[in-house]
Every structure is written in C-alpha cells, then in structure tokens.
Design a protein around this ligand. Structure first.
Ligand code: UDP
Length: 353
C-alpha cells in the first residue's frame, strides 16, 4: 500500500520537528524541506527524507517536487517567526515570509497537492482595550500586532484564493505560545528570544537575569499575559487538521490551553521547577507585544476532538527544563555526543542541484 506523503517545510525546526515525529508515528511518509537557517539537521527524524533547500528559490522547490512527485499534503512551518525582530526589519517578514509561501504554493498547485496546513499565529489578534480580557476565538476581528502577524495573515488570505481557484483544502492553525519539549526534541534558537528558554538559561547559569519587557500593561501584575501550549499538543493538532481536511475544505483554529499566565507568573513557576532563584529585571516594553493573548480553542475541540495532554504550566516547563538540562548547548550537545557513538550511522542529506 502506498503511504500518504506529507511535505513538512521547516521540519528541522522546533515545532516542525515534533510534527514530523508525530506524522511518522501515525504511519505517514514524510519529506522535510529546510534551509537549516534556524533548524537543525539533528532534529530531523531519521525515518523522514530530508532535502536541504530554500523557499526563496523556485528551483529548489522544483527539485524537491521532482524528487518527491507524490507529495499529497504540506505542513508549512518554515518562516521567520520573531515578533520583536519584525518591528525592526518589517520587510524581512512582509516580503520574505509572504513571497516564500507564494513560491511554495505555486509549485504545490502545479503538482496537484490537495491539502495544506499553515502554521499561523495569535499575533493576528492585537485586541482593542475593551476586549483585552476575552478568550480569543476564531470570530475575533483580525488586527495583526506586528509585521510578523501581518505576514501570516497575508498567507491566510492567499490560501483563500488557492482554495477558490484550485480547490486546495487548507487549515490555518493560529498558535498561542509554543513551549515545552520531548526528550530529544526541544527549543534551540540562536539567538534565543523566547521567554521560557531564556528563563531556563538563567537557571543554567548561562545568563545573569531575565529581562521582563514592561510591567505597565493593563494586566493583574502589569506584565504581558500569554497562553502557553506544549509543542506536542500543537503537533497533534496538525495531524488532526490534516485528517480533518478529508471532511472539511477550509478551517481556521486558535490553539492554546485557554489559560493565561503573566510573565512574572511564568518566572515564578520556573523558579519552582528548577530550584533556582532566577533574578528578574524590569525593562521597557518590547514593541509589537499585545498585553493579553489567551485562546478559546473550542472550535478545534468540537470539530476534531483535539485535547491538549499538557494542561498545566508547571508540567510543561518541567519538560522544557529536562531538555535544556540535558542539552545545555542545544542540538550541538547531541551532535557532539552522537559523533562519538559508534551506533550512530549518520543520515543521508539530499542537496538540491
Ligand atoms: N518576554 C520578556 N522577556 C524576554 C522574552 C519575552 O518579558 O526576554 C515576554 C514578551 O514580552 C511576551 C512573553 O514574554 O509578553 C512571551 O514572549 P515570547 O517571545 O516567548 O513569545 P511571543 O509572545 O512573542 O510569541
């Protein structure tokens, strides 16, 4: 029996690599396409095919499809993802994220790809002050908080036309704050900008303190409120969405745990988990940050039966801490230790011509 083949762009990255694992475990055939700009080849499951290439080059995408003409669905993770950076380099986001998605879609429809899952973002919802405390469902008005959010919204809009003109079925998954780790797959960005890994780096003694971006927001302790969701639960949502597109043509889902924590509360939980005092210093606000982002995920629960397994922030941070403790230098720790292991046969890496 021919297996269903899924292309995962950004499959060497933090969320993409976990999605690859979950797809493979569910019996799908997977090809990972990644430029390794932020991703790590060590994070690519050896059961997946790996093609190194860049979405900015149509010839790379053509070579990918020439080698894998049987791709039936795409999970598109590869993109620039930093809210703060997007406020300083807006066109890197507004041009490159959007153009790269257009390149991918151009070749995908030529090859009659049937289903597309977009990793989108909660940054679509910079709420007006009078709605700031409400859980955000899919009916909330879109008002991107940054060029990053705007770039994802532009891709969502592009997909509406791909559906209308070519019949491409698609789901946009708007993540709230991805975090946590599996035993061997975790968060390793350079530079790191996300709250939880930075806090854990303080606990590891790699940073003197955590800088809190503003304590003058209209929230319970003045720091931003976010909804933290485990990366394995996000990946599971991708699998369910892929399968749901057999029944549905178009879906938009907000993905979070439906509980908000302030930055100070996150640091407090990390202090309990690590046993480290984790000094914190208050700094100015980071441009582009909405005060509060908490999801309502009722729609994906109802439609697809999605149930996050990791509901409690302490458990989520514990999984991240376990990964950071055992990988203090990220994937470099694993590369060094696996190089000395005779049982590691290495993996084939296919470079486009
Ligand atoms: N944050 C912070 N200090 C940091 C990094 C992040 O105070 O060094 C705050 C940030 O302002 C936001 C929250 O932590 O309110 C989560 O930020 P992160 O960058 O992890 O994710 P984002 O919300 O941008 O997706």
């Amino acid at each position: 029996m021919r297996t269903f083949k899924v292309l995962v762009t950004g499959g060497a990255g933090y969320i993409g690599s976990v999605a690859v694992r979950i797809l493979l475990d569910a019996g799908y055939s997977v090809v990972v396409f990644d430029n390794l700009y932020q991703g790590h080849v060590e994070a690519v499951d050896p059961r997946a095919a790996f093609v190194q290439g860049d979405l900015s080059r149509l010839e790379d995408i053509r070579a990918l499809f020439a080698a894998h003409p049987d791709i039936q669905a795409i999970m598109h993770f590869a993109s620039y993802t930093l809210v703060g950076e997007s406020m300083h380099q807006p066109l890197k986001y507004l041009r490159d994220n959007v153009a790269n998605a257009a390149n991918l879609l151009e070749i995908a429809v030529q090859h009659n790809v049937q289903r597309f899952i977009l990793s989108s973002t909660a940054n679509l919802f910079d709420l007006p002050a009078d709605r700031a405390s409400e859980p955000i469902d899919e009916h909330f008005p879109v008002r991107p908080g940054s060029p990053y959010g705007e770039s994802k919204y532009a891709i969502e809009r592009m997909l509406t036309w791909m559906h209308r003109i070519y019949g491409l079925r698609y789901a946009c998954l708007r993540y709230f704050n991805a975090c946590g780790a599996l035993d061997d797959l975790g968060e390793d960005h350079d530079p790191e900008t996300h709250l939880i890994p930075l806090v854990l780096q303080v606990a590891l003694g790699k940073r003197p303190h955590i800088l809190i971006f503003g304590d003058d927001y209209p929230t319970r302790d003045g720091t931003c409120v976010r909804d933290y969701i485990h990366v394995a639960d996000l990946a599971q949502a991708h699998l369910l969405a892929l399968e749901g597109l057999e029944r549905f043509e178009v879906r938009h889902y907000n993905l979070g745990n439906e509980t908000g924590y302030t930055v100070k509360e996150v640091i407090e939980v990390a202090r309990r988990v690590t046993g480290h005092p984790i000094p914190a210093v208050i700094g100015p606000r980071r441009p582009g940050d909405p005060a509060t982002l908490v999801a309502s995920s009722a729609a994906i629960r109802r439609d697809l039966g999605w149930q996050p397994r990791y509901r409690d922030l302490e458990t989520i941070i514990r999984t991240a801490w376990e990964w950071h403790r055992t990988h203090p230098d990220g994937y470099r720790s694993r590369a060094l230790s696996s190089r000395s292991s005779p049982s590691n046969p290495g993996r084939d890496v296919c470079l486009p011509q």
